[in-house]
Write a protein that binds this ligand. Structure first.
Ligand SMILES: [Zn+2]
Length: 476
């Protein structure tokens, strides 16, 4: 903590440091997140925007039961320092991003707990041209701790942006072939928008759990967990749909199943998008995070693109996209970013439109679009608990151990954690930025190769005092 600011006032406010995370602010209601936090964040974020020469801030919220009260306090805090609020109310996170971009506002805050349990909530923040993360979030926390708030009186304008947002999504729809699509909204915040959107799309649409319900009574709204896709898979098969699409709780992440109900991982989904994007942006940089399959990077290069591997984390990926002027980026976790004809933020509803375009234009079914890709053998993502205090020290120890061994035909990459490539494939171990866990994954071109990679990873983990269970195998 720095020295208290001499102009600090009685309104100085200390957030629980653990809620000021790498990519967002997130906490547990009743434990370390309350309306007082929301009010102080409004004061601090408003001051942060005003000091950067801005004034206008959009606010939206997801379907959690605690979101309306938090948004009320947040707006009051913003107004109290002179920030003008455009309030768009209940909807998915990308609709809030759209509001900021489309209305050219200076910043935005989405109140959302994303895919987390119902008693969690939080804030995703952005500026007009850049994500707010890392050091910026610490700076906002410091403004509050110092009570160094601006003074003023801002305005509050309520706006229903849904029709404009849906019109923008539909603007890029080129798919004319009527498809039969199952959608699993998981009772998330996109529900109302999804109902309107699907009414305006060609084809036939079956909606699951479209009603917004922040208690998530049906399943957890996280499409990266296969168990949450079971209902969607069944619906696709029972109704002979062309595909199934799922969203996480605030619809900035997508999950997809093909016409057979088989899960299409987001790195493989990216190869479909890359083909489409590269047709109009030959040689363009396309970014995938370190967890993505080698198949994706190889395919992007084969399609004439410039495949770039980057750190996991939606804010970090957005930042890298800006730097490279990349028309497309994606993470295995389901955040996919189009900047070729869209704004470059992660919008699962927009991703759905682009997938409809691709399937509609194809002669065959969705599975035919990736059937030529090599099938690799991979483990699921393994997460294991580590001591938070030493979390970031562990991977450098693995890196050093491996480089000291000077193994033949082995490349080490430390973009984010350590990604170890051998003739068999690769394995990755990285510290999570959001939890006290290390994340590991391996992918090989043969079953035997996968065993060798797993053994190598396990030996390195054992040397630092941990064991990882790599038993779950999935092939894609
Ligand atoms: Zn989300």
């Amino acid at each position: 903590m720095s020295q208290p600011n001499p102009v600090a006032t009685a309104t100085a406010y200390q957030f629980d440091p653990v809620i000021l995370r790498e990519y967002d602010i997130r906490g547990q209601i009743g434990k370390n997140l309350s309306e007082a936090d929301a009010y102080a964040l409004g004061q601090a974020f408003g001051s942060f925007v005003i000091r950067r020469g801005g004034k206008s801030v959009a606010v939206g919220y997801d379907g959690r039961t605690t979101s309306p009260a938090l948004s009320d306090a947040l707006c009051k805090g913003l107004n109290s320092v002179g920030a003008d609020v455009t309030f768009v109310g209940l909807g998915p996170t990308p609709m809030l991003y759209f509001t900021v971009k489309n209305l050219k506002l200076d910043g935005g805050i989405m109140i959302t707990g994303s895919h987390n349990p119902p008693d969690y909530n939080g804030f995703k923040m952005m500026l007009q041209n850049e994500p707010v993360f890392g050091a910026m979030i610490q700076e906002i926390g410091q403004i509050a701790a110092d009570g160094a708030f601006e003074t003023g009186e801002g305005s509050l304008t309520k706006m229903d942006i849904r029709a404009d947002y849906i019109a923008r999504l539909l603007q890029d729809l080129t798919g004319k072939r009527p498809l039969k699509i199952a959608w699993d909204n998981g009772n998330g915040a996109a529900g109302d928008v999804l109902k309107s959107l699907t009414e305006q799309l060609p084809g036939e649409h079956i909606l699951l759990y479209e009603d917004i319900d922040g208690s998530f009574p049906n399943h957890h709204p996280d499409p990266t967990v296969d168990a949450n896709l079971v209902d969607l898979q069944k619906t696709v098969k029972d109704n002979q749909c062309d595909l199934g699409i799922a969203f996480d709780g605030d619809a900035d992440r997508i999950g997809v199943v093909d016409e057979n109900g088989t899960v299409l991982r987001c790195d493989i989904l990216m190869t479909i998008y890359a083909k489409d994007v590269l047709a109009n942006h030959p040689g363009g940089a396309i970014i995938g995070d370190v967890k993505c399959s080698q198949v994706m990077f190889d395919e992007i290069n084969k399609l004439g693109g410039n495949a770039v591997m980057w750190k996991t984390g939606h804010s970090l990926i957005k930042d890298k996209m800006r730097e490279l002027n990349a028309p497309l980026a994606g993470e295995l976790s389901g955040h996919i970013f189009f900047a070729d004809t869209y704004y470059g933020y992660d919008d699962a509803l927009y991703c759905a439109i682009r997938l409809i375009n691709a399937v509609s234009a194809a002669e065959g079914a969705l599975s035919s679009l990736t059937s030529d890709l090599p099938t690799l053998h991979s483990t699921a993502e393994v997460r294991f608990d580590v001591d938070e205090a030493e979390k970031f020290d562990l991977v450098p120890r693995i890196y050093k151990s491996l480089s000291d061994q000077n193994l033949p035909d082995t490349d080490l990459d430390d973009i984010d954690g350590v990604r170890v490539s051998t003739p068999d494939g690769w394995w990755l171990c990285r510290p999570s930025n959001t939890q006290s866990v290390l994340v590991a994954r391996a992918e090989a071109n043969s079953a035997e190769g996968l065993e060798r990679l797993k053994a190598m990873a396990c030996a390195e983990l054992k040397a630092i005092g941990y064991s990882a269970d790599f038993d779950t195998i999935s092939a894609h």
